[in-house]
Design a protein around this ligand. Structure first.
Ligand code: WTA
Length: 647
């Protein structure tokens, strides 16, 4: 039994909700779901008010999800323009550079001007409402400005994480048929230069990229780059030619706001599509309550805008709430392991939201780098992206937060648009490792493998029984894939792909993915993607990839590789394959361990038995379960004898 931390007494005095407040609000949200969401939609400004709140069916044959669908609004207006009346000179974005000497504060007035000019540049490049614009950006203010500029003119942004390879970028440009890519000359992370423009050039040269017309380049490091005069444009040159006035496009609530590619258990990454009205309401509302955000608070989410956390909790949620949002270009351990906490002191951060992998990496450096900083401004800590192990939670709570700051362990997904399960500070008793309670309107359930709902304390598959405004609407260009991925396994419910346990108090503990999706340092990665990168290598015949527990990354990538006949295995080939995967997908997909497997364990019908591969990778081969269905049981002993992860 783990400790329960009831930090309520210390913090509840002035939190937005207390326990009774949360419980009443949750009850209302379920009892009268439409009435609740009708009222909460006032958190954003509408151009034309909606009269219809919700039109949802989770039935496979008739799947549709619409919220506020006869209303109109503009997301950029809500994040920028509407704050000008009362807080034009308040800071909107604090930017902290990779180099600790570099930072910048941008007020709402300045943000407005920058966004308008950027939007006019996009228009000059030919961008129109509905166009898909790909962003491949470092963590600089222009990334947020570009997203907002797209939203302003009704273009749909697709942000691709700057750590993805040119091939991965090309696949995403191709899938959503982007006509414009926005990038920078280079990015900077931990004093390392990331050649973004060169990667865009390589992606553009890919034969599948046929729609790309213009590349807009932000001058960031000033590096020399290749230039295609007909295609490439400098932002600073074009900005000098446009004015500050750019009206907001009136968007229907169900018009797309963005596409974000994410990995699934099979096939290529999916373009998760979010629309405007419901997404913004949900991002703003959850940002306000989960982070107990009050005017003037300095809020820092350490994610990259290339992931959904950056979309909802660096840009859209905080800015819709008129918050001060901090954007950090660098990494947790540069120039030293004190960096995160130095940033907190320097900018007087009140709320800090980061990932377990960062916490574990910093924890390994000991307490001293933390303790030499003050952190007195911190009031609340957050965690996201993967299950947080109780040791990391305790360290975050005791050492970083000085036992003063509640931790919100927020569970959600790219698909959910915003946080679905999380404690609320001052309202929820905390348990290290538990995401605790559903937020307003969220109806989680646990079902067994047959889809039977389990009551009370139980463990199984996590599903959500009803829609919420921030839910994804479709997979871009492939609605059937949306239906099949999320609504086919357990009919009538949204299947999260996660396993969970509910304890006797009703608190949820996320146990991790139950499908073939890996979570490496909080980054989602499909085993199928890594496998297809490996088999694309001329010397690889077959590959199977599984996850295994990794001290820092949460999960590591373990690859079993069968080489082509006549190819000799060697350590050189091993490093070559790691390099190959980095090039094909990106560094985050690089296998940690590669085992040479003369053959893979398969059933008589040729299906790879991943259960066995997982056990061997976990170094838990004592209990392999039933192996009688294997075509060749002898394969297993060879795998065990040559396993790479020995404790
Ligand atoms: C995992 C990130 C446990 C989970 C916002 C989910 C978590 C996947 C938590 C989504 C958490 C995220 N506790 N697991 N607090 N937060 N996950 O789409 O497996 O990048 O399905 O969205 O991360 O990852 P994604």
């Amino acid at each position: 039994m783990s400790t329960i931390y009831d930090v309520k007494a210390e913090v509840a005095a002035d939190t937005l909700l207390d326990k009774a407040g949360y419980e009443a609000m949750y009850r209302d949200s379920v009892a009268d779901n439409e009435g609740f969401w009708k009222k909460q939609a006032a958190i954003v400004d509408w151009i034309k008010p909606f009269s219809k709140v919700k039109d949802v069916s989770f039935a496979r044959e008739d799947l549709h999800i619409r919220w506020y669908y006869d209303g109109t609004l503009n997301a950029c207006y809500n994040c920028v323009d509407r704050h000008l009346a009362t807080k034009a000179d308040d800071v909107a974005i604090i930017w902290e550079g990779d180099d600790p000497q570099r930072d910048l504060k941008i007020t709402y007035r300045e943000l407005h001007k920058r966004v308008c000019r950027f939007a006019n540049v996009l228009k000059k490049l030919g961008a129109k409402k509905g166009d898909r614009i790909t962003l491949y950006m470092p963590m600089i203010p222009e990334a947020a400005v570009a997203m907002l500029a797209c939203a302003r003119i009704g273009a749909v942004h697709s942000v691709v994480f700057g750590g993805f390879s040119p091939d991965a970028l090309a696949g995403r440009i191709h899938d959503c048929e982007s006509n414009i890519v926005i990038t920078a000359d280079e990015g900077l992370r931990g004093a390392k230069k990331i050649p973004l423009k060169a990667s865009v050039d390589a992606a553009a040269a890919h034969e599948s990229v046929t729609t790309l017309e213009k590349v807009l380049v932000v001058r960031n490091t000033g590096a020399d780059i290749e230039w295609d005069a007909g295609r490439d444009h400098w932002l600073h040159e074009m900005e000098a030619e446009v004015d500050d006035d750019c009206p907001c496009e009136e968007m229907s609530a169900e018009d797309p706001l963005f596409i974000l590619y994410t990995s699934g258990s099979t096939g290529k990454p999916k373009g998760v599509l979010h629309t405007t009205g419901g997404y913004l309401v949900y991002a703003a509302l959850t940002h306000k309550y989960v982070f107990d955000y009050k005017p003037g608070d300095v809020y820092w989410c350490t994610a990259d805008v290339g992931w959904v956390t950056g979309h909802s909790y660096i840009v859209y949620g905080p800015l819709a709430n008129g918050a001060i949002t901090l954007m950090f270009e660098g990494v947790p351990n540069y120039p030293s392991a004190s960096r995160f906490w130095e940033v907190c002191d320097k900018h007087q951060v009140n709320i800090c939201y980061t990932a377990p992998t960062a916490i574990r990496a910093l924890m390994r450096e000991g307490d001293a780098p933390v303790k030499k900083t003050s952190r007195a401004s911190l009031r609340l800590l957050g965690s996201v992206g993967e299950p947080i192990n109780p040791e990391a939670w305790e360290w975050y709570y005791h050492v970083v937060g000085d036992e003063r700051c509640p931790i919100v362990d927020t569970w959600w997904q790219t698909e959910t648009g915003g946080i679905l399960i999380s404690p609320l500070p001052g309202a929820t008793a905390l348990k290290p490792g538990s995401a605790t309670r559903p937020l307003f309107g969220i109806q989680p359930a646990i079902v067994d493998s047959e889809g039977v709902e389990l009551e009370g304390a139980a463990e199984g598959n996590l599903v959500i029984s009803d829609s919420w405004p921030g839910q994804m609407r479709t997979v871009y260009g492939d609605h059937q894939r949306f239906v099949d991925t999320y609504f086919a396994t357990f009919p009538g419910r949204y299947f999260t792909g996660d396993g969970a346990r509910r304890d006797k108090d009703g608190d949820y503990w996320i146990t991790g993915r139950v499908d073939d999706v890996l979570n490496v340092s909080g980054h989602r990665m499909g085993t199928a993607e890594v496998e297809s990168a490996l088999v694309a290598h001329p010397q690889v015949a077959e590959a199977a990839v599984v996850g295994y527990p990794h001290d820092i990354k949460g999960q590591g990538i373990y690859a079993y590789v069968t080489l082509m006949d006549g190819v000799a295995s060697s350590d050189d080939l091993r490093s070559e394959l790691v390099k190959w995967v980095r090039k094909e997908i990106g560094p985050i997909a690089a296998p940690d361990l590669i085992q040479w497997a003369p053959s893979l364990p398969k059933t008589r019908s040729g299906k790879i038995m991943r259960r066995i591969l997982r056990k061997v990778a976990e170094d838990e081969f004592g209990n392999l379960g039933d192996t009688s269905t294997l075509a060749d049981p002898g394969v297993v002993q060879d795998l065990i004898d040559n396993r790479m992860n020995r404790s």
